[in-house]
Design a protein around this ligand. Structure first.
Ligand code: INI
Length: 153
């Protein structure tokens, strides 16, 4: 039997984090969690790049261009969409989730969905380094594991 399991370490590849400025109070914490996690898994600073975009809607265009360069083992997408009083939230969530999925299919470069989609600011705070962990760090772990899987299959 051949069984493939991903290893969770940075390896030799480079990682780019695309992070949105909207709700920066939250997204800066996600970014810090992702960078800390990559470093703890032996990524050197020259293996990590960060690209800031205005909002979650702009994550996919940057992520796609970065994935297509072929320079990165994975693209880690971080953002925070928080429900307001209109349906804006639903459109943004749909667009970013579909867009990131499409980049994975189109490029086969692991492009990780680390975008919080929350009903309340409190839910976002809980996932940005408080009682529910840090979704940025989780996205970084997923990136490293997926890169390792892609190297083996
Ligand atoms: N962008 C976010 O990243 N999070 C949000 O919660 C958000 N809300 O609620 O409006 C948001 N809007 C901006 C959007 O991503 C685009 O930047 C904007 O629509 C211009 O394209």
């Amino acid at each position: 039997m051949k069984e493939v399991k991903g290893q969770v370490r940075a390896g030799k590849g480079s990682y780019v984090v695309v992070v949105s400025r909207f709700n920066e109070f939250i997204t800066a914490k996600l970014l810090a969690g992702a960078i800390d996690c990559l470093r703890r898994h032996d990524a050197a600073d020259n293996q990590i790049s960060v690209v800031w975009v205005p909002g979650a809607c702009e994550i996919t265009i940057a992520a796609k261009k970065l994935a297509k360069t072929g320079k990165y083992a994975a693209v880690i997408c971080l953002g925070a969409v928080i429900r307001g009083q209109t349906s804006h939230y639903d459109y943004i969530c749909q667009q970013v989730a579909r867009g990131i999925g499409q980049i994975n299919y189109d490029t086969a470069v692991p492009t990780i969905f680390g975008v919080l989609t929350c009903d309340t600011l409190e839910q976002a705070v809980e996932r940005a380094g408080t009682k529910m962990g840090n979704a940025g760090a989780e996205a970084a772990l997923t990136a490293m594991e997926t890169v390792s899987i892609m190297e083996q299959i």
